[in-house]
Design a protein around this ligand. Structure first.
Ligand code: FE2
Ligand code: FE2
Length: 228
């Protein structure tokens, strides 16, 4: 039994927006993902940390989910800034059932258990997201979502999965970092940073929390093993 994390698969099997055009690490990325995800076993859990598919709707993302569903194990999803297909939990659950895609779960205002460890998560917050200015309302909503997820975990040990990094070189989101610390999160995985931005990543311990970047292009499209 193993717990893995991987962000930013940016699949586009039916949306025709393949990332190969960017070249470099992205060349042949679906084949690299296929090889990377082949480590998964039925008893494993993979947390997918957002930017899963370029599909603009569940319909457009169907092939991408079919691809992910072809690997064994549980897959927990959280929302990235490009996941336009994301809709209500009820609609997503129905879509998975109707298509026979088993093993998908959502991290959204809730937590999931991996043995005794609680897996918490939400999209997180990125100040540069809307360059027109800081959207206080959206920011507060994300904080509420994160706290709901952490509260759901109770007294268990907590790992937290975000799409946006709560800190990187030259940037800190104190409100999110404070929540992680107050609820005793020991590990925080995040994605979103790509290519040249990888060098901005903060990895390792900041205060009591260990931070780890799991963007697919950073990991050469191999899921990061978090623990057995
Ligand atoms: Fe991304
Ligand atoms: Fe992103």
């Amino acid at each position: 039994m193993a717990l893995y994390a991987l962000g930013d698969t940016h699949l586009s099997l039916s949306a025709r927006k393949p990332m190969d055009v960017f070249g470099g690490a992205w060349s042949g990325y679906v084949d690299k993902l296929r090889r990377g995800l082949s480590v998964l076993r039925e008893e494993d859990t993979l947390v997918l940390c957002g930017d899963l598919s370029w599909g603009m709707s569940l319909e457009q993302a169907r092939e991408d989910f079919a691809f992910l569903a072809s690997f064994p194990g549980r897959k927990l999803l959280l929302k990235g800034n490009h996941d336009y297909w994301w809709t209500t939990a009820a609609k997503m659950t129905r879509f998975f059932e109707e298509n026979g895609f088993s093993g998908f779960g959502l991290l959204h205002n809730n937590c999931a258990l991996y043995g005794d460890i609680a897996l918490c998560g939400t999209r997180g917050w990125f100040y540069e997201e809307d360059r027109g200015g800081h959207d206080e309302k959206v920011f507060r909503r994300e904080l509420i979502r994160l706290e709901a997820s952490l509260k759901a975990a109770g007294e268990r040990e907590k790992y937290c999965f975000l799409h946006y990094p709560p800190c990187y070189e030259g940037y800190r989101c104190p409100e999110i970092m404070e929540l992680l610390e107050r609820y005793g999160v020991t590990l925080c995985c995040y994605g979103h940073l790509h290519g040249a931005s990888h060098r901005l990543a903060v990895q390792g311990k900041v205060g009591p929390v260990r931070y780890q970047m799991v963007s697919a292009d950073y990991l050469n499209f191999r899921p990061e093993k978090i623990c057995d």
